[in-house]
Design a protein around this ligand. Structure first.
Ligand SMILES: C[S@@+](CC[C@H](N)C(=O)[O-])C[C@H]1O[C@@H](n2cnc3c(N)ncnc32)[C@H](O)[C@@H]1O
Length: 476
């Protein structure tokens, strides 16, 4: 049930790995799993009319891969600098050389749009972007501004690790326009931080929270990981309590993914001690949902919670299938209906940038074209992870009413079991009796049901299975 967690934004859209995702950054784009979609588009496949994915991107993901060391669970494309690096990072040539490469990539990117509205969101993900000196972050922002434009009110997020910044550095970053911080805490227990191989201890966590609050960052998020080895319910409850006390506007809760080729991958088997089993992991999930909801955090996506109005705008781009640029090692862009993943090794990425400058990379030719049915699955998968759910009217306009009716029918038993909610256009819940009369007439069903969403937490907990069911309807 629970163990198939991380997916979309990191590794593009992975039907086999759905539930709580490392969503903060759309980095480390692994190649898509082999498409299980209809490859031979037949004539009755509807054509998308004004799809948002062909608009110029209004978002950019920027991958800053440096870390002091690699955490034991992490399989992101990172470059470990060594643990004494916080002091020396300021003039580390590895960082400045990478930033030069990144800027060259941005400058060599062909936009091919007649008009380019300025960017609305920028997300610096990592790695540990807070290791990068502000003067180099300034260069990246200047390049984005001159190449694509950057709105004055753009959401500019940065992932930061405890122990890698002080108030002076944070204020400098804020002065450059960084207005949203995503703090990687993961756990509030020294022994768990150690077991994860984090480069910081609990004192730095408290210090980082203090710095963020005292600098007046108006919009910040705190990341936690559940189902860590030897993590107990008491520890998890304590982490949630201290999270609420830290008073971020946003919380991301990821269920541990044991990735192959990581230290955890060599030490642990999912579901076996010292990792929790599925039932225990589900308890962690329910507890997070309960405690954070009680503290006024809306559960707006499977692994994301926020105070009203503090949903992450950048991540919404991914969830509503809008296009976005991506720059840097291992990052994945989505432009004109094509996903393109950059190399994960520095040498290969360096060659990639040179080829881009030499006109030898044509993103539109070499990327992974997303056909209509893949797109339908992406839309279902991403939107069902959000509390808004799937908008059946626009889905029907794009992919046909038959598929909408079939989706409603396939989810009927799950509506009755409380895992799926049917809502009308005004988001009023359609109860069982009303549904029973609608289901007799396909046209009524199509007209009356505006949205399908998964319930919180039961439906979200079953999201893998429920989304797979929808895939079966789209690609029988
Ligand atoms: C790109 S990482 C953030 C990097 C940042 N340097 C840090 O570690 O705090 C974004 C988030 O993904 C989550 N994450 C990374 N690997 C994970 C894994 N294997 N399982 C669950 N969550 C993971 C962590 O919560 C992390 O904060």
């Amino acid at each position: 049930m629970l163990k198939s967690t991380i997916a979309p934004m990191l590794s593009t859209l992975y039907p086999q790995k759905l539930f709580p995702i490392k969503l903060a950054s759309f980095c480390s784009a692994l190649p898509r799993s082999p498409p299980t979609v209809r490859q031979n588009a037949s004539t009755n496949i509807p054509t998308l009319e004004t799809p948002s994915y062909i608009l110029p991107p209004a978002s950019a993901y920027v991958h800053l891969p440096f870390c002091r060391k690699r955490c034991h669970y992490c399989d992101f494309p990172i470059l470990a600098l060594g643990s004494s690096s916080t002091e020396t990072a300021d003039d580390d040539p590895r960082i400045s050389n990478y930033i030069n490469l990144l800027i060259r990539e941005m400058e060599a990117t062909q936009t091919n749009f007649n008009q380019h509205p300025p960017l609305e969101t920028v997300f610096f993900g990592g790695g540990t972007p807070s290791l990068v000196p502000p003067r180099l972050v300034a260069k990246v922002l200047d390049t984005l501004r001159s190449k694509f434009g950057l709105r004055l009110d753009a959401e500019i997020s940065m992932e930061m690790d405890p122990g890698t910044f002080d108030a002076k550095k944070l204020k400098e970053l804020m002065g450059l326009g960084v207005n949203r911080v995503s703090l990687g805490v993961q756990a509030f227990q020294e022994e768990l931080l150690k077991a994860c191989g984090r480069a910081h201890g609990i004192d730095e966590v408290h210090e980082a929270i203090e710095i963020i609050n005292s600098c007046g960052v108006g919009n910040w998020s705190l990341d936690l990981i559940s189902s860590l080895p030897h993590q107990t319910q008491e520890m998890w409850e304590e982490s949630l309590k201290l999270t609420v006390e830290a008073n971020p506007n946003h919380v991301s809760v990821y269920d541990l993914q044991v990735e192959k080729d990581t230290k955890f991958g060599s030490l642990y088997i999912p579901g076996e001690f010292p990792l929790p089993n599925d039932t225990q992991s589900a308890k962690f999930y329910r507890m997070a949902s309960k405690k954070l909801s009680e503290a006024n955090y809306g559960h707006y996506e499977v692994s994301s919670y926020s105070k009203n109005g503090f949903e992450c705008k950048h991540n919404y781009t991914y969830w509503i299938n809008k296009p976005f640029y991506a720059f840097g090692l291992g990052s994945a862009s989505y432009i004109n209906g094509t996903r393109y993943s950059r190399p994960k090794k520095l040498k290969d990425y360096t060659d990639y940038v040179k080829n881009l400058e030499g006109g030898l990379v044509d993103l539109s030719q070499e990327g992974d074209d997303v056909d209509e049915w893949e797109m339908a699955m992406d839309i279902v998968m991403l939107s069902l992870r959000t509390s808004k759910g799937l908008n059946l009217k626009s889905f029907g306009d794009d992919f046909g009413s038959e598929v909408v009716v079939e989706l409603c029918k396939v989810y009927e038993p799950y509506m009755r079991s409380g895992h799926v909610l049917f809502l009308d256009d005004e988001r009023r819940e359609i109860k069982e009796d009303e549904f029973s009369s609608l289901v007799l007439d396909d046209e009524k069903l199509e007209n009356e049901i505006g949205f399908i969403r998964l319930s919180d937490p039961d439906g979200f907990l079953l999201s893998n299975e429920l989304i797979s069911l929808a895939f079966g309807v789209i690609d029988p």
